[in-house]
Design a binder for this molecule. Structure first.
Ligand code: DGL
Length: 260
C-alpha cells in the first residue's frame, strides 16, 4: 500500500494524479487538517508532525511513503529517511526535474509556503540539476489558509495573488513551479496573472510518474488485483465540511473522510 501525507487537502492533488496513473494501486492518505498549515511553523515542529504522520501510515500498512507536502519535504525528508526504512518519495525532486527540463531561458520562478522558500531547497536542487539556471522565489503564506477555507474564487484571493506574483513578473521567468501541493487548486487564477507564456509546473503528475518509476521492481505495490480508486482510504485529523467539499472537487466524486 502507498501511504501519502500532507498538512491538509492539498496533497489530494497528488493522490488524484496517482489514482489516474495507477488506478489499481491501494492508497492510504492522511491530511493533518487539525494542525494545518505547516508552512508557517518552525522546522522542528514540521519534522515532529511529519514523523507522526509517517508512523500512522506505516502502522496502517503503508510500504512506501509519498510526502505530498512541500513544506514537510523541504525540512523533514532527510529525517524521515533516517527514521523509517522504506522508500520515501517527495514532490520536490520530480518538480525540479520537470522545471529544468522544460525551461528554455533557465529563469525559473518558485512559489511556496514560508517554510519551503526559507529552506532554499528549490534553489539548491534546481542549481544542482543545472548550475546555469536562475531561480526567483516568492513565499505566499496566505494561500494555503485561503484554499483550506474554500476561498479559491474570492476577490480577496485574486488581489493577494496579484501582490505575490508581481515581483516574479519583472524577472522574465518562463517557468513557475507551484511549490506547494495546494496551489494547483489556484492554477486557473495564477496562470492569467503570471502570464500565458509562463509554464506552470504542478508536481502532482510528475510525482505520480516518479513513483511508478521508483517502484518498477515492486509491481505488487503498484497494482492489487481487483483494486479500484473507490477503495482508497482518505483519513484526516479533523473532519470538516469544507475539507469534504474540497476533496469532492479534487476527485470529482464523493470522498468519505475518515477520522484517524
Ligand atoms: N500542501 C502543503 C505544501 O505543499 C501545504 C503546506 C502548509 O500546510 O502550509 O507545502
Amino acid at each position: 500500500m502507498i501511504g501519502i501525507f500532507d498538512s491538509g487537502v492539498g496533497g489530494m492533488t497528488v493522490a488524484r494524479a496517482i489514482e489516474e496513473l495507477l488506478p489499481a494501486a491501494p492508497l492510504l492518505y492522511l491530511g493533518d487538517i487539525a494542525r494545518s498549515p505547516y508552512g508557517s511553523k518552525s522546522a522542528p515542529t514540521i519534522i515532529d508532525y511529519s514523523i507522526e504522520n509517517t508512523r500512522f501510515l506505516v502502522d496502517n500498512g503503508a510500504q512506501v511513503i509519498v510526502i505530498a507536502c512541500n513544506s514537510a519535504a523541504s525540512v523533514a525528508s532527510e529525517r524521515l529517511r533516517q527514521e523509517f526504512h522504506l522508500p520515501i518519495i517527495d514532490v520536490i525532486v520530480p518538480a525540479v526535474a520537470e522545471a529544468v527540463r522544460g525551461s528554455r531561458s533557465g529563469r525559473i520562478g518558485v512559489i511556496g509556503t514560508r517554510a519551503t522558500i526559507q529552506s532554499g531547497i528549490y534553489e539548491r536542487e534546481i542549481c544542482r540539476e543545472d548550475p546555469t539556471c536562475r531561480v526567483f522565489s516568492q513565499a505566499c503564506p496566505l494561500l494555503v489558509p485561503l484554499v483550506e477555507e474554500g476561498w479559491g474564487d474570492r476577490r480577496e484571493t485574486k488581489m493577494i495573488l496579484r501582490r505575490y506574483l508581481h515581483p516574479l513578473q519583472n524577472q522574465q521567468i518562463d517557468t513557475l513551479v507551484l511549490g506547494c501541493t495546494h496551489y494547483p487548486l489556484l492554477s486557473d487564477l495564477i496562470q492569467p496573472r503570471i502570464g500565458r507564456r509562463v509554464r506552470l509546473i504542478d508536481s502532482s503528475r510528475a510525482t505520480a510518474s516518479h513513483l511508478r518509476q521508483q517502484l518498477a521492481d515492486r509491481p505488487a505495490l503498484l497494482a492489487r488485483p481487483g483494486h479500484q480508486p473507490a477503495d482508497n482510504r482518505y483519513h484526516v485529523t479533523d473532519c470538516t465540511e469544507t475539507a469534504s467539499q474540497i476533496a469532492q472537487r479534487i476527485f470529482a466524486r464523493p470522498i468519505t473522510l475518515l477520522p484517524v
